[in-house]
Design a protein around this ligand. Structure first.
Ligand SMILES: [Zn+2]
Ligand SMILES: [Zn+2]
Length: 94
């Protein structure tokens, strides 16, 4: 269980929403704008405690607090989970 950190794109209020609400519509408590909770698309582990985390891709590169150890870490640009591509970068000799 984790919370999705989510920013209202109308008033920029930060909201923490249960991950069970992903993909659903909510109303911003501040401006009453209807928002769709983005599905988390980045899965990664806390570099400090190894806690499984997920964030919407729109937050890649931003800082997030680990709910487990409360350290601040940077959301990676790419998911840790192995992807379909599976291409191994070839080290060309220079
Ligand atoms: Zn709002
Ligand atoms: Zn942690």
């Amino acid at each position: 269980m984790s919370d999705i950190l989510f920013k209202c794109w109308n008033c920029s209020k930060c909201l923490a929403i249960s991950d069970q609400a992903e993909g659903k519509n909510i109303y911003c408590p501040d401006c009453a704008k209807q928002l769709v909770i983005p599905k988390p698309s980045l899965n990664y582990k806390c570099v400090y405690c190894g806690y499984d985390l997920c964030s919407p891709r729109m937050y890649a590169g931003e800082e997030a607090g680990c709910p487990s150890c409360e350290q601040i870490l940077t959301i990676p640009e790419e998911s840790d989970a192995p992807d379909e591509t599976g291409e191994i970068s070839q080290d060309e000799k220079t």
